[in-house]
Design a binder for this molecule. Sequence first.
Ligand code: UDP
Ligand code: UDP
Ligand code: UDP
Length: 441
Amino acid sequence: MSDSAAIPSHVHVAFLPSSGMGHLLPFLRLAAALIRHRCSVTLITTHPIVSSAESQAISTFLSAFPQVTEKKFTLIPLDPTTADNNTTDPFFLQWETIRRSAHLLSPLLSSSSPPLSFLVTDPTLMASVISVTKNLCLPNYILFTSSARMLSLFSFFPSIPPSIPKASLPPPLLDSKSSFTRGLSENSKSIELFDGVLINSFEELEKQSLDMLLNKGLPPVFPLGPFLPLEFEGESCFAPLEWLENQRESSVVYVSFGSRTAMSEEQIRELGKGLVLSGYKFLWVVKSKIVDKEETGDDLAEILGHQVMNKVKNNTGFVVNQWVDQWRILSHKAVGGFMSHCGWNSVMEAAWNGVPVLGWPQHGDQMINGEVIEAAGWGLCVKTWGWGLNNHLVKGEEIGDKIKELMENQMVRIEAARISEAAKAGGSSENLTKLFQSLKK
Ligand code: UDP
Ligand code: UDP
Ligand code: UDP
């Protein structure tokens, strides 16, 4: 987002992100953009916090922007007798915990000084938060943390837009009784009560989905992306960047499945085999646990096996199991391809930096996001590997072949450069102006 949007006076915005870095980061990035436009910002932080990555991001954000007011929102612990026992995922459980504590937000929001102009709410919390803000007569905008294509599914639900194949739907959505389906459909029903939807996407990339949403008569959708990283996000592990410095241009494949997708050890070993077989140099962020705090004791050599470790020893591969500065990695000229789970933030970061993507969707909205990449032509999305649900092991040979296919494909490279140009030229600042104008009404 550039700085040229019309500057409103005395706008005070509160942000309510949900749990998971894929939700927190876009909130912090948008908050920083609004601070640059001289808005006052309140950040609502929910406690306890699930991952170290989130705690760290919040504290560095607050120290970088001392003018931001932090409001601590202490959650009521989830009653295990009433909790959904189909899921053990700590992030999903946290979403439910926040939803059940939503009534506690009322005093926190009404005591803000100066009074709030509006709240920005995470999509996973919509239905429970909208009743609170309606009571307070406080305008409420959603920051949708996925693609416009996913937003079209979300807002049409229980209908499915004809453009989305059944096989791409988040798997738990096929079960009408799953907690995922319940959560999504309650939130989707509440969309009409909101004042607007902010989204980290841009018109050139998702015109069709954005037009479809416009024609549906929803609250206005403001594409404000691609969101840019915060200066201080890089305070993590510098070793991968140092390693990249010594690699040839576009010679490295970067491999990461985001902040909360753990791969089985068996699949990690096949992926390692694939990377070795591809013959390309690789920078690989290995994750064998969903929450980062549990990862520290892992012995990488034991998980990866000697072939991969040999590549690491002779400097043709680099492996980490901690937080890396993904933005800087993707903007490094040595990176020629990105093997990704297609989490939406990763997709937008690849778009901005013009990096061709090999999509291997694992969960949720990721197949739908992968289709956005394929349609725009700057990557491949493998659909025959199934979801990362441990019931299908993808063999190293297949993985190696796909990596070669990506790295040798000149067309995706040309399209990636084109998408990057479009991302940088995008109309996010005009859309931000439109958002501020809509506030005045
Ligand atoms: N990320 C990062 N370093 C890591 C892992 C993730 O900077 O080691 C960032 C990544 O750049 C992205 C976000 O965390 O901004 C992950 O969001 P995404 O939507 O891609 O996937 P999720 O983690 O939600 O599955
Ligand atoms: N999962 C994830 N990200 C997602 C969705 C799922 O990391 O966006 C993980 C999580 O560990 C979850 C598991 O995949 O428990 C199975 O997820 P699914 O959504 O299939 O079903 P659930 O267990 O929530 O019913
Ligand atoms: N969703 C929801 N409630 C839920 C689960 C999902 O509203 O209980 C919606 C929400 O918009 C979310 C999207 O479905 O962003 C995709 O869910 P996923 O599990 O893939 O999570 P994400 O990738 O957003 O972390």
